[in-house]
Design a protein around this ligand. Structure first.
Ligand code: ZN
Length: 179
């Protein structure tokens, strides 16, 4: 497997609308594995294909599900690392609950944090890495991370939506969950 380079806004791919995945071939599987490895190494809890300069509607996330919310799993990472999700051609079909403000960080915008208001709960439909249709209803932190990754597929960054952005101190960076 290969560690991929995470791009910043100086690379225009980060700002482009990504294309739907149409071919589930070995090349796609390699990209997914490399993205999972890159996310773990960063370390991050989410990584979208445009962040590694691939204009495809695909992201990976590594999250503990809150009880009773999920119905999918793509892999079993070591204990304590959370479950790994691979979401291809995702579509958020429902946003519910009040908007909640939470602090986000992005691997493509190192050293900055921002407060972003997002709906509390979502239903997301997507294809897994084998092209099987899946649906997940989730809320809280996981819903936030999935919305952040979903925005990446349309070239949208958290700084576009943030009410406030600030620079993070070095010691805080280790405790930050990057996405
Ligand atoms: Zn991000």
């Amino acid at each position: 497997m290969t560690l991929l380079t995470i791009i910043t806004p100086s690379n225009p791919t980060l700002r482009k609308k990504a294309a739907r995945v149409t071919v589930f071939d070995a090349r796609l599987q390699t990209l997914i594995d490399d993205m999972l490895e890159t996310m773990q190494a960063a370390p991050g809890v989410g990584l979208a294909a445009p962040q590694v300069a691939q204009g495809l509607r695909l992201f990976v996330a590594r999250l503990e599900e809150e009880p009773g919310t999920g119905d999918d799993s793509d892999a079993s990472p070591p204990p304590g690392l959370g479950r790994t999700h691979v979401m291809i051609n995702p579509k958020i079909t429902r946003f519910t609950g009040d908007a909640v403000v939470g602090t986000e960080a992005c691997l493509s915008i190192p050293e900055y944090l921002g407060d972003v208001s997002r709906p509390h709960e979502i239903i997301i439909k997507y294809l897994d890495r084998h092209g099987q249709k899946r649906k997940l209803r989730t809320h809280g932190w996981m819903a936030r991370v999935l919305q952040h990754e979903y925005d990446h597929l349309d070239g949208v960054l958290f700084i576009d939506k943030a009410e406030k952005v600030w620079r993070v101190e070095l010691e805080e960076q280790a405790q930050t969950e990057w996405t």
